[in-house]
Design a protein around this ligand. Structure first.
Ligand code: ATP
Length: 141
């Protein structure tokens, strides 16, 4: 008898501060340095860097959104583990703080910066912009 294909995989998202998410998911869509990827149950094993941006998570037929910063992911059998510097749900995002971070990063980018300072300021800007985008959505999309 053929075994039925799994409809979910187990999704774990961790940051150094917290276990952000640990639950079954039907699909995820997130950003990597080489573009957006989608992961469904039965995905072949892989590792990838994770880029700053939104992650969409399908659970029990409903999509939820969160925002991740940089890290790594591993897909292995029926498990996806994502380790990132930071992760927030929309209702955890302080929009004013993100706006201030965006302004600071924009100001820094106007000045003369070393290559490292430039990369850090670009990343800070991207984190702020991503937080603002995700916070303005409702939890369910
Ligand atoms: P800031 O300059 O405002 O600290 P940042 O992008 O440098 O922004 P991070 O280093 O990415 O901040 O995050 C540090 C901690 O603060 C993490 O726990 C992250 O989840 C949280 N955090 C950062 N910005 C926000 C925000 N706008 N709303 C809620 N939590 C935030």
């Amino acid at each position: 008898m053929a075994t039925e294909a799994a409809k979910t995989f187990y999704l774990v998202i961790k940051t150094p501060e917290k276990n952000f998410c640990s639950e079954p998911a039907e699909e995820i869509i997130l950003e990597t340095p080489s573009g957006q990827i989608g992961i469904l149950p039965g995905h072949e094993p892989m590792v990838s860097a994770v880029a700053i941006g939104p992650i969409r998570i399908k659970k029990e037929g409903e999509w939820e959104e969160a925002v991740l910063s940089e890290g790594f992911l591993e897909v292995n059998q029926d498990m996806v583990v994502i380790l990132v510097d930071t992760a927030e749900w929309p209702d955890e995002i302080d929009e004013n703080r993100a706006r201030r971070a965006e302004e600071r990063a924009q100001e820094r980018l106007q000045g003369k910066l070393s290559r490292i300072e430039y990369a850090e300021s670009r990343a800070a800007l991207q984190r702020a912009i991503s937080r603002l985008k995700v916070s303005s959505h409702s939890h369910k999309i």
